[in-house]
Design a protein around this ligand. Sequence first.
Ligand code: 9MR
Length: 564
Amino acid sequence: GVRDFGSPVRVNQVGYLTTGPKRATYVTDATGPLGWRLLDAAGTAVATGSTSPYGADAMSGENVQRIDFGAFRSKGQGYRLAVGDDVSEPFDIGDDIYKALRGDALAYFYNNRSGIPIEAQYVGDAYARAAGHLGIAPNKGDTSVPCFPGTCDYSLDVRGGWYDAGDHGKYVVNGALAAWQLLDLYERSATHRDRGVADRTLRIPEAGNGDPDVLDEAKWELDFLLRMQVPAGQPLAGMVHHKIHDEKWTGLPLAPAADPQQRYLYPPSTAATLNLAAVGARCARVYALWDRKLAGRCLVAARTAWKAALAHPAIYAPAGGEGGGAYDDTKVTDEFSWAAAELFATTGDSSYKKFVTTTLSAADGFSWQETGGLADLALARMPWRLSPVELAKLVVRISKVADKYVADLRGQGFANPFLPADGKYVWGSNSAVANNSMIMATAYDLTHRARYRDAALEAMDYLLGRNAINQSYVTGYGERASHNQHHRFWAHSLDPSLPSPAPGSLAGGPNSGLQDPVAERNLQGCAPATCYLDDIGSYSTNEVAVNWNSALAWMTAFADSTGR
Ligand code: 9MR
């Protein structure tokens, strides 16, 4: 049947920063300008203006007009935007719009920790659960996990870390990217005098230990990543196992502690090894102040991984397989470059520089698979490692990519910095939105050009409801928010005794590929930006994942700090 997207007036359903851009999109067949009214909570018009006709929006297939109410700067709650009889979902205007979300985006990680009970005192009764995968029946992992039959003959203790997503696998490549993004969030905050990552900012067991909570959270994953390295004395010593997961896909719902499957270590890969080198180098720098022991372990692991990768430069994780995601990747020049940049940034050892062979590009952005652009982001954090000329070039490169994303965002009816050249939205498109926004935000930090900040904030509008389907993709935020994301424990729609996803969980988002049966059945012929279903079965459009929530966490921290 015809899908009902509610009001044709599309806004950020959470709200707009007092001093930020305030834009909306109106879906209409009308071609001429129309009057809009901003209504306060009592329904009184407090500002008015005219829409700007846009025309047909390629990614949504809708004819739209755009609304700019940026001149209005009065804080308040429960505003709505109206055009004729059409009225938007409510939203707030204030300096604190992103305050709660920034905490919840990070709380996602505690909720998805493996190997530790998730306690009611931190998350509330509904989200509390037993520790998963500590080798207690019926669990078979992760304290002693054998290699996949025929691949090697030892077992490793790979407890801890975060579950990848809706499944209980733990994968090094995107786990490392997620941990890296939290470390970068921390370093950005530290250099921008943002107190939002201090101790006692999150509800986690480590709050109050004197260390920034976001570093406590990232440490939970780093400890796991370090355990994935092949020990000395074994074949491929220093390389890193690509992943650990169940033998077969488990069904839904399933609490982590109830998973009965055999789990295996899958063979080391050059990509996973270089991911540990990259995040290990960053870890060594970031924790030097807070946890010297961890920092030391990270540096040793990173250097060891780097050498192992040089010795085994082309061991690729295969596509396909059973029981877990493949995270396959047969091009690792980008991983070499990112790892080298992180190692150089941390150690200052210029022998790594010749391996930095990639730069940021608008076409690739960055993702778990395409890490070439992260080399530039690594260097941007340590500008004093570069000569003035190198630094100037770096700023130009990052700005040019940000300029392209600003243009892509401004050029669309529903402002979005993700505009795929092939016209297709990918699996996890919302993470591309957030990661491209992080690049624009970094350009803002480097240049202080307002257009980068504005565009980064406008991209948040897209994620929170100003889009083709009037959907906030973040649980608990917005009137029409996703709450049936694909997850084995947050499976309320399958078992009412289980919770919905915790507030602050980002859905993967529209995916043109229709790569699951529910999407295939229900979304045939969808325009790219509409290929989404808030259905627990639609894992290719509606899963959660650590490397998506890390992007959301980074962006909400930026948005929150820039609003004050
Ligand atoms: O995020 C991954 C995406 O880039 C891939 O296209 C997709 C299919 O291989 O896999 C995604 O990652 C999933 C992983 O394979 C298994 N756990 C859930 C992840 C998020 O959906």
